[in-house]
Design a protein around this ligand. Structure first.
Ligand SMILES: [Zn+2]
Length: 62
């Protein structure tokens, strides 16, 4: 099961297919985001993503 969140109808849930091309199973909108989200991503990966994202924005250490 793949989790998703729909930007059109605002609902979220799980869909049986994990493809990205099916859109929202509830309303059919392509404006759906797979919520492969933070809860399924290991902390180490989040740490790397966060460090990459913040690089350049937090350079006031000195
Ligand atoms: Zn929808």
């Amino acid at each position: 099961m793949a989790r998703f969140r729909c930007g059109a109808c605002g609902r979220s849930g799980e869909c049986e297919h994990e493809g990205e091309s099916h859109g929202c199973p509830l309303c059919g909108s392509p404006d759906v985001v797979s919520a492969l989200a933070t809860e399924e991503v290991p902390d180490e990966v989040l740490a790397v993503l966060n460090s990459l994202g913040s690089d350049g924005e937090e350079r006031d250490e000195d």
